[in-house]
Write a protein that binds this ligand. Structure first.
Ligand SMILES: NC(=O)c1ccc[n+]([C@@H]2O[C@H](COP(=O)([O-])OP(=O)(O)OC[C@H]3O[C@@H](n4cnc5c(N)ncnc54)[C@H](OP(=O)(O)O)[C@@H]3O)[C@@H](O)[C@H]2O)c1
Length: 338
């Protein structure tokens, strides 16, 4: 849709985003880090992350109203207002603290929350509004999707989608008319979606967005069993799922187990790639994924991560071995919805 459209021969082709007719670079940016929940990220670092994304050709950003109580959206709005970059911005609704669940799903409340996102981003229409891992029973009741279709008909949102935790939720959402995108956990430690969901989403023309691609940093194999995190980092306070789905933190792996499993991953890394680039390349090799959204706390991480686009695909043999690794070494340790 937007972003810089000048040819960049150094970057691979964009991928279609479901049936929208839009296409994006397959690596975008996750903007949870520039809100809250990842220790201290200063405004300067957060703006540095966004500018590094702009400079490296990112044209898709994922955020949510609740990331830093609006801070992530506000910072994105600030960079958009500079006027020389207009990435597609996917945001989310449903987890705002006040009134919380189930009040957030009332028609008047949801609309007010959408208006607040529009104001923070400084746009007239949201590019993509995703339900933010709302309870399965709310998805099943279906009324919330009616609200999304109304907002779309009125022009407040261009497209709608859902960020889900489990494959059951994902398959349920695929049945909702008008759904444009599904956001799922998919990474080298969480391979289940490749088994059946990819084919079903493709058959429905629904775009897949892969989140937590680095398993909260675990897949880079940089952590040690003794690594600690700040008190306001979810890798500290949600390590065992005390605050939200454990699957959102370290892909649902117990930390020490994850550190050991990440060490085993090192042997798969291509010679000229960093571990982060290798973990992202693994996901990029699935054409069913429209866009991968790694998060970053520093500009340098964005630049390194974008380097994954220049890597050759992993060989079919490596993919086969990684599928075995998941089945035999990892799958049994995943906690939380899956
Ligand atoms: N419920 C939902 O809908 C939901 C839930 C989770 C995430 N998301 C979305 O998905 C995005 C991505 O997921 P995520 O942020 O949870 O996890 P992620 O992308 O798997 O991990 C991001 C973390 O990995 C580390 N990292 C990034 N690049 C690195 C590099 N090149 N080398 C070494 N470490 C690196 C950074 O942390 P350190 O530097 O601190 O190690 C960064 O904060 C989020 O930003 C958000 O937009 C949505």
């Amino acid at each position: 849709m937007t972003g810089d459209r000048e040819p960049r021969p150094d970057l691979p082709p964009r991928r279609p985003f479901g049936e929208t007719g839009l296409d994006f670079r397959p690596l975008g940016l996750g903007a949870w880090q520039i809100g809250t929940g990842w220790g201290r990220v200063s405004d300067e670092d957060a703006l540095g992350v966004l500018r590094a994304a702009r400079e490296s050709g990112v044209d898709f950003i994922d955020t949510a109203d609740v990331y830093g109580d609006g801070r992530s959206e506000r910072l994105i709005g600030r960079v958009l207002a500079e006027g020389d970059w207009r990435p597609f911005v996917a945001t989310k609704v449903g987890r705002w603290r006040d009134p919380g669940w189930p009040g957030n799903f009332r028609r008047d409340v949801l609309r007010a929350q959408v208006r607040a996102s529009l104001a923070r981003l400084g746009v007239k229409r949201l590019d993509l509004l995703q339900l933010h891992t709302v309870p399965f029973e709310i998805l099943r009741q279906g009324e919330i999707f009616e609200q999304l279709r109304e907002l779309q008909a009125e022009g407040a949102i261009r497209y709608f989608g859902a960020s889900v935790e489990s494959m059951d939720e994902a398959f349920h959402c695929l049945g909702e008319p008008g759904l444009t995108a599904l956001q799922i956990i998919f990474n080298v430690f969480r391979q289940k979606p490749a088994e059946a969901l990819f084919a079903a989403a493709r058959a429905k023309g629904v775009a897949l967005i892969a989140r937590t691609p680095l398993a909260s940093g675990l897949a880079t194999a940089k952590f040690k069993p003794a690594t600690t995190f700040a008190g306001n980092d979810h890798r500290h306070f949600n390590r065992d799922g005390a605050h939200f789905n454990p699957g959102e933190t370290f892909a649902g792996l117990p930390f020490e187990k994850g550190v050991a499993l990440a060490r085993e991953l090192r042997e798969f890394r291509p010679v000229h790639a960093s571990m982060a680039q290798f973990a992202l390349r693994y996901i990029l090799d699935f054409p069913e994924i429209s866009v991968v959204i790694p998060g970053a706390r520093k500009a340098a991480q964005v630049l390194e991560n974008m380097g994954a686009l220049a890597l050759k695909p992993l060989s079919p043999e490596t993919h086969g071995r990684l599928a075995d690794y998941y089945r035999t070494r990892v799958a049994a340790h995943i906690r939380g919805a899956n």
